[in-house]
Design a binder for this molecule. Structure first.
Ligand SMILES: CC(C)(COP(=O)(O)OP(=O)(O)OC[C@H]1O[C@@H](n2cnc3c(N)ncnc32)[C@H](O)[C@@H]1OP(=O)(O)O)[C@@H](O)C(=O)NCCC(=O)NCCS
Length: 175
């Protein structure tokens, strides 16, 4: 059962879920703007792209201290229209970001893990990410393997990583 955001016994309880409203998506765009524009200077003023409309967006929300909640981490999965270097259909994760004050608490990993679970449920053969070099260890712990193609984008070194489908065929020999 998903936990509701709230505070109990000095513990901040976070909820990781898919977005469910335009307001949620606006919070996602605000995080992208703060992280990829204000902090990293990677993008212009437009923190959206045409693939947002057909994508699956996951977020982490935490209590805002006033009885409500605040979205502080986000990422996106697209499963249609991507072929990897071998010409195989693959999903792609983009726009992974946690607000600076909420980093290092496992929220980013849980958001990406939810998207990977979703990709597995859809039997997407592989999920690709163009990882910023500093985050290669973060994605490695989530099952991504470096694909070897290093490149620079916005002055930041990147590495393509791939996470294979975690799929176990049903063993029909079991009773
Ligand atoms: C990478 C990022 C999404 C991780 O989010 P998070 O919520 O802190 O993730 P988690 O708490 O689940 O994991 C933190 C791990 O990420 C790693 N990490 C990478 N960059 C980090 C950063 N700038 N600050 C804190 N941790 C960072 C840490 O090594 C940490 O590893 P640890 O668990 O061994 O301590 C977040 O640091 C971020 O938004 N960075 C700026 C945007 C970015 O680079 N996005 C990735 C684009 S490919």
């Amino acid at each position: 059962m998903a936990a509701s955001p709230g505070v109990g016994d000095d513990e901040v309880v976070s909820l990781v879920r898919f977005i469910r409203s335009r307001r949620d998506f606006e919070a996602v765009v605000a995080i992208r703007t703060r992280v990829f524009h204000d902090e990293q200077g990677l993008i212009g003023n437009l923190a959206t792209d045409p693939e947002d409309a057909g994508a699956t967006h996951a977020v982490a929300e935490v209590p805002d201290g006033e009885g409500g909640s605040e979205i502080v981490s986000a990422a996106r999965l697209t499963v249609a229209g991507h072929l990897d270097e071998d010409g195989q259909a693959s999903g792609r994760i983009d726009w992974v970001a946690t607000l600076p004050e909420w980093r290092g608490q496992g929220l980013g990993a849980r958001v990406v893990a939810l998207l990977l679970d979703h990709a597995d449920a859809l039997a997407v053969p592989a999920v690709t990410i163009n990882a910023q070099a500093h985050a290669v260890g973060f994605y490695g712990r989530l099952g991504f393997i470096p694909r070897g193609r290093r490149f620079e984008a916005g002055g930041i070194p990147h590495l393509t990583m791939v996470r294979p489908l975690r799929y176990r065929p049903i063993d029909r020999s079991e009773p």
